[in-house]
Write a protein that binds this ligand. Structure first.
Ligand SMILES: C[S@@+](CC[C@H](N)C(=O)[O-])C[C@H]1O[C@@H](n2cnc3c(N)ncnc32)[C@H](O)[C@@H]1O
Length: 290
């Protein structure tokens, strides 16, 4: 046994156990069927399950967890998690469950909001909306059916985004936004969420998931149409706010999945909390002893 004080030994042992458990989980989750079995019987901490993507909509779970963790480090007690484009509601219901699980685990109140026309896709505006893939009336919602399933705490805001977004006030700082509106034009309108002069309406770094960067293959997604075009224009139009993927994000993941490349962060450089140091004193990378 190394000659360490008792607490030091305990920390050393816990870290060693963690490394061994991590190696075993890395191997196990490569075996086909194991992640879905784990999803069915969800043992282990929420943090571990987020790390291995053991959630219905692992991408939502990653972003909600990262946003709630950021809020906690900043000393905030609530955030908002939003789905833009709800359709039948499977994503919003998954988000609701994730918000409850993560919120209970981290002690952060997570308010959930879904935005949708309620009547399916509006008409495409021009070629940038990829009208050769999507069209008016796709993905209609059964409003009564969805409302009956949703928790009374979840907000479902119906109407065209150009009418609903400008007047909406979040109940907690926006920490996560799932963009699933298919069109360039709707995504551009949705970026209005980030235009509020009151920066407390969002975290200094807001986690975003963009659904329509991949699939269907015949969409031939490019920087000149769809969500990518809207993101590039947003970045060109804003000096102090940028939407950026997390550089080399997939290399942090225990299990690499396509959604790793669909995660962006809205950096709000002028946000009063942007530069607040969030490294905890207990985290080992704050010192580098010999
Ligand atoms: C692909 S569906 C969303 C699917 C959903 N996120 C899921 O995971 O099941 C896209 C939705 O975006 C909504 N939508 C697109 N443009 C919109 C706009 N301008 N205003 C409101 N809703 C819009 C449509 O009504 C449609 O239901």
């Amino acid at each position: 046994m190394p000659n360490l004080p008792f607490r030091g030994w305990l920390t050393f042992k816990a870290e060693a156990d963690g490394v061994i458990a991590g190696r075993i989980l890395n191997r196990l989750t490569q075996i086909p069927g194991v992640p879905s079995l784990w999803l069915r019987y969800p043992f282990g901490s929420v943090e571990t399950r987020v790390r291995y993507g053991i959630f219905d909509r692992a991408h939502y779970a990653y972003c909600v967890y990262a946003a709630a963790d950021l809020a906690k480090r900043l000393g905030l007690n609530s955030i908002s998690a939003i789905e833009l484009g709800v359709a039948g509601g499977r994503g919003l219901l998954a988000l609701e469950r994730i918000a409850k699980t993560v919120g209970d685990s981290l002690g952060i109140r997570i308010h959930v909001t879904g935005f949708d026309s309620g009547q399916g896709m509006p008409a495409a505006t021009d070629y940038r909306d990829l009208p050769y893939v999507w069209g008016k009336g796709f993905y209609r919602m059964d409003v009564a059916k969805l409302k009956a399933e949703l928790s009374p705490d979840t907000e479902l805001i119906l109407g065209d985004l150009k009418d609903t977004i400008p007047s909406w006030i979040p109940k907690g700082s926006i920490g996560f936004v799932a963009f699933d509106l298919d069109y360039y034009s709707s995504t551009k309108t949705a970026f209005g969420l980030f235009e509020n002069d009151d920066s407390s309406t969002r975290l200094p770094r807001t986690y975003c998931y963009f659904d329509d960067l991949i699939w269907p293959e015949h969409a031939c997604h490019s920087e000149y149409t769809g969500e990518l075009c809207a993101i590039n224009e947003f970045n060109r139009e804003h000096d102090d706010k940028k939407l950026s993927p997390i550089h080399m994000f997939r290399h942090y993941r225990a299990r690499q999945q396509a959604w790793n490349d669909q995660i962006y962060v809205l950096h709000d450089f002028k946000h009063p909390l942007y530069c607040k140091n969030i490294t905890l004193s207990s985290e080992k990378h704050s010192q580098l002893p010999l």
